[in-house]
Design a protein around this ligand. Structure first.
Ligand SMILES: Cc1ncc(COP(=O)(O)O)c(C=O)c1O
Length: 431
């Protein structure tokens, strides 16, 4: 019979895990997961874990969701995959129609890829090539301090989390960072952006932001008014706005897309993660007719957008995405989530009274609890991670920030258990 130990042994012979110092696994063993159901994961030794982070923010309707399972199986019987250049399929077409209907009206075209970082690369390349196709070279991209947009080279270059980026500094494309409204006042952040707009006028392809929440940047949050004002600034200086909704899209901040709260249409919207309910890799970039037209001409003119990935628009992934959107519609998720979002507010109120808690912040279905008084080398997050696991909850703090990004299907009891364990974990820390 397979046990956790046996699985670890086999795994470590060949697998190099992501986002890991592999040597850590000598003393901090990873957990082999046998199955998942609803908000719970089960390991090979019979332990259970309440998934408070939707497994890297993707499984918005939990694990092994019966409806999504059924829809993928249906797709499996007809078509699993087909090359997306020169071919198409019904699931992809239907998904594109639905995404266009759900996003701001000016976003009319959908370019598929298969992971979040690739969607960012596409938005960067498209915005650059839009100008190049018109004879202009605009080689500057602007992003926010403390931002995270993925791990491929272009995505890393616009990101600003030193832990991931610093080591590759010499080989990344040039980008500049404006102050983040999550870390300084809105006015200061906008002034910093405008200063960069002036300094690099005529040279900037695009500004890329994570609307409302800089998730990997310790769940730093800011107001929608910043996005509204940034849109105006982008229009004034003729700069594209890329909204990276990879983590915050699909209901995570309380609305279907975070940009809705700012009443803003970006020029490019990147989506992934929750798009397939966490089942299969898929991403896309939505853009405007104007952008599309800048590439539309005879092939010989050399203005085509030639980006491609083997699994682009994978039919199974598109069927999972359509099933995910069905659930949003049939269960009126955005409206009904409000009850659970309020519940989360109530459940996390008491954290504010703990002496080692600096701040509790929330945007919709994301709650972050920032701790104070711990040096980074104490790896306090790790202590909390281990405490929570031993109490059947999967938390994955970002440094000194404990956060909840649970699947929307968590019951009231499960939300209670998740917050109780985090509360006890924080309370039990030695200062
Ligand atoms: C805001 C944001 N953008 C992009 C990405 C990259 O997506 P992926 O990990 O699928 O490449 C992430 C991943 O966490 C993200 O949070």
């Amino acid at each position: 019979m397979l046990t956790n130990e046996k699985m670890r042994e086999r795994d470590l012979k060949h697998i190099w895990h992501p986002c890991s110092q592999m040597k850590d696994y000598e003393t901090l063993p990873f957990i082999p997961i046998k199955s998942g159901k609803g908000a719970y994961l089960n390991d090979f030794d019979g332990n259970i874990y309440l998934d408070a982070i939707s497994s890297w923010w993707v499984n918005i309707f939990g694990h092994s969701n019966p409806y999504i399972n059924e829809k993928i199986k249906e797709q499996l019987e007809t078509l699993e995959h087909v090359i997306f250049a020169g071919f198409t399929h019904e699931s992809g077409v239907r998904l594109a129609e639905r995404l266009v209907a759900l996003t701001p009206q000016k976003l009319q075209k959908v370019f598929f890829a298969d992971n979040g970082s690739s969607a960012i690369e596409i938005a960067l390349k498209m915005s650059f090539q839009y100008y190049k196709n018109q004879g202009e070279v605009r080689d500057v991209f602007i992003s926010l301090e403390n931002s995270y947009h993925g791990e491929t080279m272009g995505a890393l270059a616009v990101g600003d989390v030193a832990l991931y980026k610093e080591i590759y500094g010499e080989i990344l494309i040039k980008t500049v960072q404006a102050k983040s409204p999550a870390l300084v006042s809105e006015e200061e952040a906008l002034n910093s952006m405008e200063t960069l707009f002036k300094k690099h006028e005529g040279k900037i392809s695009a500004v890329v932001i994570e609307p409302l929440v800089q998730c990997a940047g310790s769940m730093a949050m800011y107001d929608a008014t910043y996005i509204t004002k940034l849109r105006t600034l982008c229009d004034t200086y003729g700069v594209f706005l890329i909204a990276d909704e990879i983590a915050v899209g699909f209901g995570r901040t309380g609305t279907m897309f975070a940009c809705e709260q700012a009443n803003v249409t970006p020029d490019f919207m990147c989506l992934s993660k929750g798009i397939t309910g966490g089942y299969l890799p898929l991403s896309c970039v939505l853009t405007t007719h104007d952008v599309y037209q800048a590439f539309y001409c005879d092939y010989s003119e050399g203005k085509s957008f030639l980006d491609s990935h083997s699994y682009t628009g994978n039919a199974l992934a598109c069927s999972a995405a359509n099933a995910t959107l069905d659930i949003f519609e049939s269960e009126n998720i955005i409206k009904n989530n409000k009850i659970k979002i309020d519940m989360l507010t109530t459940l996390t109120e008491r954290f504010k009274a703990l002496p080692n808690v600096k701040e509790v912040r929330q945007r919709g279905f994301i709650v972050a609890i920032e701790l104070q008084g711990y040096a980074p080398e104490k790896r306090i997050g790790l202590e909390i991670y281990q405490y929570a696991l031993s109490h059947e909850v999967l938390l994955r703090p970002l440094g000194n920030v404990v956060y909840f990004m649970p699947p929307y299907i968590m019951s009231e009891e499960e939300l209670q258990k998740m917050t109780d364990v985090a509360y006890d974990a924080i309370k039990s820390l030695n200062r």
